[in-house]
Write a protein that binds this ligand. Structure first.
Ligand code: GTP
Ligand code: MG
Length: 310
């Protein structure tokens, strides 16, 4: 299929065309880039990032949030991002099964991304897919990503609202401080509240947040509880997410967020070019190792060599 045909099917609302478009964008297919050029900037979705340690319950909560958002009449897309594996790994398979019950609902689109093949790496693939989902007309997009250390996909930079999913497990809140996710989350939710210790984690979080520097527009991140497996706390969670979005609107902060996403996208492309060229420039790397060249000299040569692929 050529990109013109795909564009026509895409704009007529064909879900298979959307799936194909994301695959093209993900793999760095030239037609994908063409399509993105055409479609970027269309639509207007509320992008919600869910992050948290492995097994915290992100997929379970997302599944319930889909249900709630559908009840509110929104069309919903989900991107499950797996930075830990270059292949479609076990975790994503689990997500698929967890959210399977929505597959027959044409108002729900679920997609996993794990490819590193795209021009901007995985991060670039995510932002590209977001642009396509927005242009397709979804009112709500959930992006699930494991928050392990310095995640390749910096979810807070692409989402309007970032939700940090924690559990009552000892040390979970402490881990969050260390990883620096405390500062970037707009909404906190302690999932698995059926397990002991939840109340203590909530208190810890609240105390720490009181000492944190003020947020743009004076936003006070709420700390909620949920039992994802039973669907408890979901209405409150989606309400809190929407309150944050309303806050962004009221304080004129949405525009800045979109600029940040674009900046992140450009940075991702530059990083990916850097990675590729570094792999191709083995001679120069060897010279850096032996002290013949400084890293700056090698980098300058790598970046200015027109022979290399982008
Ligand atoms: N007790 C309890 N278990 C839960 C709750 N929510 C989810 N779980 C369970 O926790 C496990 C992990 O849930 P997931 O939703 O897959 O967690 P995740 O954060 O998406 O995991 P990864 O994507 O692998 O990082 C599953 O076995 C869920 O059934 C909860 O509220 N209480
Ligand atoms: Mg998951």
């Amino acid at each position: 299929m050529d990109s013109q045909t795909l564009l026509e099917r895409f704009t007529s609302g064909d879900l298979r065309a959307l799936a194909r478009a994301i695959t093209w964008a993900e793999s760095g297919h030239p037609a994908g880039a063409e399509l993105l050029r055409e479609l970027r900037g269309r639509g207007n979705s509320r992008v919600v990032g869910l992050t948290g340690s492995p097994g915290a319950g992100k997929s379970t909560l997302t599944d319930r949030l889909i249900e709630e958002a559908r009840r509110r009449g929104e069309r919903v897309a989900v991107l499950a991002v797996d930075p830990s594996s270059p292949f479609t790994g076990g975790a994503i398979l689990g997500d698929r099964i967890r959210m399977m019950r929505h597959y027959h609902d044409s108002g729900v689109f679920i997609r996993s991304l794990a490819s590193r093949g795209a021009l901007g790496g995985l991060a670039g693939a995510v932002v590209g897919a977001l642009a396509l989902l927005e242009a397709f007309g979804f009112e709500r997009i959930f992006v699930e990503t494991v928050g392990v250390g310095q995640s390749e996909v910096d979810i807070a930079r692409v989402a309007d609202t970032t939700v940090l999913v924690l559990t009552p497990a000892a040390g979970d809140a402490v881990q969050a401080f260390k990883a620096g996710v405390m500062e970037i989350a707009d909404v906190f939710v302690v999932n698995k509240f059926d397990l002991p210790g939840g109340e203590r984690v909530i208190q810890e979080l609240k105390t720490t947040l009181e000492l944190a520097p003020p947020r743009p527009g004076g936003w006070k991140p709420p700390v909620l509880s949920a039992v994802g497996s039973r669907g408890e706390g979901i209405t409150e969670l989606l309400d809190a997410i929407d309150r944050h979005y309303a806050h962004l609107q009221e304080h004129g902060l949405l525009e800045g967020g979109r600029l940040e996403r674009a900046r992140f996208e450009v940075e991702s492309v530059i990083q990916e070019w850097g990675r590729r060229r570094t792999r191709e420039g083995q001679d120069l790397i060897t010279q850096v190792a032996s002290g013949e060249l400084t890293p700056e000299e090698a980098a300058t040569r790598l970046l200015s060599n027109p022979e290399m692929s982008r």
